[in-house]
Design a protein around this ligand. Structure first.
Ligand code: CP
Length: 318
């Protein structure tokens, strides 16, 4: 594997999950792979899980790790070509990227959708520049349209907990006060479709995701109906994708909050969320704290998904 930005980069999902479970049982078994190799983790946005789990995964593999928060202590970066740089950004990404590439062997990038240009976001302008100009393997730690390390961890978690071959997985929109990117729901949809589960997406009208991510999923606008018989409920907020509301909050309807009453409609489903989560907006306290909540095992599997991706990238450098 050279770069990792979407489900296609990981190849066959059964093989990837099998490798993940093997790594999970033997996470220090590949310590030599990363010897004298340096990972640079670059954050344009905040993180708790991605930062810690990816760093831990790299350490499990024997790598050295450098972390740079671009907005805290680094020069502010201009990302547009052709701009007269007479403002507050003293360095251009087009010099910064190859310079960063000189100091490391692998680069992880977190760069969320900016909601300034839908085209720029959906062309993945930032992470693609790292792939093009760094000279190093690059993996996404959540980009504008996808969060593949999260989705891979979600897939591992579902495979660990499912009791039928093809579970019903329902991704439900839930309210949130701020405008959040579509990266997590897009990515989750992409991976669930690839896994071949019985996959349903439910959201209010106006929150339709990009068709290339919805794929063959069933879209059901009645949340109660969607939840019937679900084995897994994956809650997430996202802002509108459809024009003219791209990147906007168009509803905060709390009747979409995942409560015990909503979970009672399911097949005793497990509850999932990528975290961080706004309690009693997205999900009620009792559901997230309940025995069917998988939010902690899901977060724990972030270390495993990151380790498989780094392992494969390192194997490609041998
Ligand atoms: N789920 C996730 O990516 O968490 P962080 O934003 O804290 O990294």
């Amino acid at each position: 594997m050279r770069n990792f930005t979407n489900v296609h980069d990981i190849g066959d999902l059964r093989t990837a999950v099998a490798e993940a479970l093997e790594v999970k049982a033997n996470r220090f078994g590949y310590k030599n792979l990363g010897e004298n190799k340096t990972l640079l983790m670059l954050f344009f946005n905040s993180s708790l899980r991605t930062r810690l789990s990816t760093q831990k995964a790299a350490m499990n593999l024997g790598m050295n790790v450098m972390v740079l928060d671009v907005n805290q202590g680094a020069w502010k970066l201009e990302t547009e070509r052709g701009v007269i740089m007479d403002g507050d950004k003293p360095e251009h990404l087009l010099e910064a990227i190859p310079v960063m590439g000189c100091y490391c062997d692998v680069i992880g990038v977190r760069s969320f959708a900016r909601f300034e240009s839908k085209a720029d976001d959906y062309e993945e302008k930032i992470i693609n520049q790292f792939i093009r100009y760094s000279g190093r393997p690059v993996f996404s730690m959540e980009a504008a349209t996808r969060h593949p390390l999260q989705s891979f961890a979600d897939l591992i978690t579902i495979e660990e907990y499912k009791t039928v071959e093809r579970p019903k997985v329902v991704m439900t929109w839930a309210p949130h006060p701020k405008a959040l990117p579509q990266a997590v729901p897009n990515s989750f949809a992409e991976w669930m479709n690839a896994a071949g589960y019985d996959f349903v997406i439910t959201h209010p009208h106006g929150y339709e995701l990009a068709p290339e991510f919805v794929g063959n999923a069933k879209v059901e606008y009645d949340q109660d109906k969607a939840l019937e018989g679900a084995d897994f409920v994956y809650a997430k907020n996202w802002s509108a994708y459809m024009d003219p509301n791209y990147g906007k909050v168009i509803s905060t309807d709390r009747s979409w909050t995942v409560t015990a009453e909503k979970m009672a409609l399911t097949n005793n489903a497990y509850f999932m969320h990528c975290l961080p989560v706004r309690r009693n907006m997205i999900v009620s306290d009792d559901v997230i704290e309940g025995p069917r909540s998988l939010v902690i095992p899901e977060a724990a599997n972030r270390e495993i998904s990151a380790q498989v991706v780094l392992k494969r990238i390192l194997e490609g450098l041998q």
